[in-house]
Design a protein around this ligand. Structure first.
Ligand code: ADP
Length: 496
């Protein structure tokens, strides 16, 4: 008899192509497809935000009776919709509640930039609603794969209020932490909304965090297994407060259950040979065509042709995590060299100001795009010679992997997924794929960029370095295999 398919429910607050604010959405989107292609029976669930285009994706109503969810004093109704995409068997489910999810942005008020005050209620509804949906559909997963704090209550509900219900018995859980700095921290009053027994709140209990409630801590405490998105980051977050952001203690308690699985890159979208968003396709066989993209990009940025000097690119959220304070420190020194710099990003106001001023100060050398623009991101990957990612910490990072494929040499800090994906260039052996620096210091970043610029002058060596990067393969298949192994471990642990 054929073995039954492993049933996986992927729970994520964002999923490409429906709703995205960061790399998590790419991961959830890619994993949803690849897992079902690799033989799992997959359902993926996310909130029905306004951003989810009902018409485009042809969202259907599911008519099943669903219970109301008690959130503190409120009884909250929700509905479920579903759709399929053409390229896999995965069923996408959307948890709908207009009051909570039909808003301009996913997590924060557009005008003030502040998190929505009821984010606790929104993701209590999501966590409880996901589990009720499974029961209403009479579809029992073997494993629920939760992602980040917004879905971290699911493992806790399974082991508290739903523990005695036969339907939920033996469902294993995996919690993936995509970025430990985002935790879902709320005041004590949130505890009363969770619906779990009062006795569960006491100092140092899973539900208590410095007198309040922390959704990520709850998830870390209750998930059967935990993983982060690179091996190095899995180690770093347990090492102390610099990387652990207050979770290092609870992570140490779970050390035996923590794994690292590197994200994959979606090469359907990100390959210079077939990228529809760049003007000139190229590959390992016709690398010289890359320079046409550089010309195009420089022209578009009104920076003037400059084939002989390196063009440095950055595509990033403008956040403290991403190392813009280091760039600030070295900007003048860097721009005294024969380089051009193009940055695409949005985020914190202080960096918008810094970068706008930098552009004004160095006309013809610096171009700053303060927006989110996927097409331009592709063009920068194709057109730049060097890609900068000097992150303070980096759980996995996607852009450095894209850069490798586009022959755009990464200069990165040796942390998290950057350390796991880029090998420092060794001039002796001529092996490596980029340039790494260790300490989070401007001078270290500068000297890594200098090494890159130096090598750029040697066209043969540089081409060799580009090719070594382009040969690297971080496809999703390898990551999905590792996830399936982890699911197997979690299921076995549960049934022990
Ligand atoms: P993070 O998830 O921390 O933001 P990642 O490198 O893992 O960083 O993923 C970021 C993703 O978002 C990449 O696909 C990157 O190309 C994209 N991205 C970030 N900022 C922009 C922007 N301003 N315009 C277009 N794409 C962006």
């Amino acid at each position: 008899m054929a073995k039954d398919k492993l049933r996986v429910l992927l729970v994520s607050p964002e999923v490409v192509p429906f709703a995205k604010t960061g790399g998590l959405a790419d991961v959830a989107g890619a994993l949803s497809k690849v897992l079902s292609r690799m033989g799992c029976e997959v359902k993926t669930i996310l909130p029905k935000y306004r951003m989810v285009d009902e018409k485009k994706f042809n969202l259907e109503k599911i008519d099943r009776p669903l219970p109301e969810i008690t959130i503190g004093e409120k009884e909250v109704k929700f509905k479920i919709r579903k759709c399929y995409l053409s390229d896999s068997d995965t069923e996408y489910l959307f948890l709908e509640n207009k009051e909570y999810f039909d808003r301009d942005e996913l997590y924060a008020d557009k005008k003030t930039g502040q998190d929505y005050e009821d984010n606790d209620e929104r993701f209590i509804l999501f966590g409880r609603g996901v589990l009720e949906t499974m029961k209403a559909l009479n579809w029992k997963p073997d494993l629920i794969h939760c992602n980040d704090w917004q879905s971290a209550l699911v493992p806790a509900y399974l082991k508290t209020i739903l523990e005695e219900e036969p339907f939920y018995k033996n469902i294993a859980t995996l919690l993936t932490i995509h970025n430990i700095a985002y935790q879902g921290n709320f005041p004590k009053t949130t505890f009363d909304k969770l619906g779990v027994k009062k006795e569960l709140f006491y100092p140092l209990s899973p539900f208590e965090y410095w007198g309040g409630v922390n959704f990520l801590k709850i998830g870390i405490s209750y998930a059967d297994l935990i993983n982060t998105v690179s091996e190095r980051y899995a180690q770093e977050i347990q090492s102390g407060p610099e990387f652990g952001y207050g979770m290092e203690g609870i992570l140490k308690d779970r050390a035996r259950d923590i794994y690292g699985v590197l994200n994959g890159a979606d090469y359907e979208e990100w390959s210079p040979e077939k990228d529809k968003l760049i003007p000139y396709n190229y590959g390992e066989g016709n690398l010289q065509v890359k320079s046409k993209n550089k010309e195009f990009l420089l022209r578009q940025a009104v920076l003037g042709a400059d084939g002989n000097n390196p063009l440095i690119g950055m595509i990033s959220r403008l956040a403290d995590q991403k190392g813009f304070d280091l760039l600030y420190e070295i900007a003048d020194k860097l721009l005294s060299l024969k380089v051009k710099l193009i940055i695409l990003g949005t985020g914190e106001q202080k960096y918008h100001i810094f970068l706008s001023e930098l552009e004004k100060k160095y006309p013809g050398k610096v171009k700053i795009y303060l927006k989110y623009d996927n097409k331009l991101a592709h063009l920068i990957e194709a057109g730049a010679d060097i890609f900068l990612m000097p992150s303070r910490y980096e759980p996995c990072g996607l852009n450095q992997m894209y850069s490798l494929k586009y022959g755009t040499v990464p200069v990165v800090r040796e942390t998290g997924g950057l350390a796991d994906t880029i090998q420092d260039y060794d001039p002796q052996t001529q092996k490596g794929t980029g340039f790494l620096f260790q300490d989070y210091k401007g001078e270290e970043l500068f000297s890594a960029i200098e090494r890159a610029i130096q090598l750029f002058k040697n066209r043969t060596a540089w081409k060799n370095l580009m090719l070594q990067g382009m040969e690297k393969d971080f496809s999703w298949e390898a990551s999905a295999k590792k996830y399936i192994q982890l699911y197997g471990k979690a299921v076995a642990k549960k049934r022990l």
